[in-house]
Ligand binder design. Sequence first.
Ligand code: SF4
Length: 288
Amino acid sequence: MNNNFCSLCPNGCKIDKETTKGACGTDNKIRIAKFYLHSFEEPIISGTRGSGTVFFCGCSLKCAFCQNFELSRNLRGKDITVNELAEIFQTLESNGAHNINLVNPTHYSDKIIEALKIYRPNIPIVYNTHGYEKIEILEKLNDYIDVYLPDMKFYSPAVSKRYTGKENYFEVASRAVEFMAKSKPYATDKDGLIKSGVIVRHLVLPQNTSDSKKILDWFLKIKDDAYIDVMSQYTPFGDIEKLPELQRKITKREYNSVIDYAISIGIDKMFYQKQISASEEYIPKWDF
Ligand code: SF4
């Protein structure tokens, strides 16, 4: 069997990445779109100096409404080596980053481990993922990761199929996030910034509050071990021409009904926005 056959994510493409690109759109190289000190994560991640964020290209989930379409689908970016990735970690740390924030890292998890073996920063490593992850890969990553920042995007198989083509998103992602919540107890540093733990992110979509509420019901299972961030910033973007319901922002009423529901079922470790914030301003300018 060829060792280059890829099974890093639940897509299990079983292709040789030396010669072929997988469903994530990437081959054996690392491709990134940007690295910088990012101020728009949760305050316990961005702090005052910013989160040392690396945006990876390609994606193993590919939501139709992806806000980072340019890099997830169009692969806008540049190829770097494992050594260069390790140098980027070092640069971000010396520039004052509170943590290293790996955005959409799933399909590079093997390379990320190699880079962290070359240089392990003395700040937390944040794994910022869509949540569609394999447990056996998370087990390999677990010693290198301090904070998991997984999305929990969809509950219903019909909704996840409509937006990603995958019916099993919730089944796979809920298992992965429950593993994360068990693995990383919540801890902060002296300034209140996260050192270890899990923050689940859920983006409320237009006409989808019932799915959001089912995600909140599921979250009760792990509510003692994780925070949830209920996000309002959905902006119509990406490949949504055939999805009329996604061609508007969410309303204040939709968002508030989800937040009110979370409070009513006893979720207290929650981040939420006081005002609806949905703007392309939050999409970074890509470097390459
Ligand atoms: S990481 Fe990419 S190539 Fe590997 S199994 Fe997943 S989609 Fe396929």
